[in-house]
Design a protein around this ligand. Sequence first.
Ligand code: SF4
Ligand code: SF4
Length: 147
Amino acid sequence: MNLIGNCRKCGSCCFHLNICEEGRWLSSPRKFKKFVAKNPEYKRLKITGKNESGTLNLSCTWLKSDMTCKDYDNRLDICRDFPEKMAFYEKGILPEGCGFEIISKRNTFESILKKQVKREKKLHRWNNFKNWLKKKALALTWSWRKK
Ligand code: SF4
Ligand code: SF4
């Protein structure tokens, strides 16, 4: 997977948050409470529901009506990293309208180019081999005729 695009500063991710702790997405209010006890700075988040995968959806109370952060310099780690790879390697989903896009590595320009180069090289080797074989066959025919 690859991430392309850039932040449009729409604020959408601030009310579509999911938290991953040690490789597991928080899926219950009890787990979120335990998480907040260990990480009090996350108190600013409120549970808004669950997504289709059963992961808790959270919204931040620090988001102002103009869609900017109340204290951007002291934003959470998940805000600094968003949308990090974790967001899509597991159950995270990018919020609608986000300026970033997740694309499959198989479909990137570089990967298609690499595959094409590999194919061309293979074809080139095969053509060389065919030419060598032709020359060899000609040489053999020539020496047989001379006998
Ligand atoms: S949802 Fe995407 S585009 Fe909008 S603020 Fe968050 S990272 Fe930026
Ligand atoms: S701390 Fe700021 S940037 Fe992070 S979710 Fe809240 S409002 Fe958004």
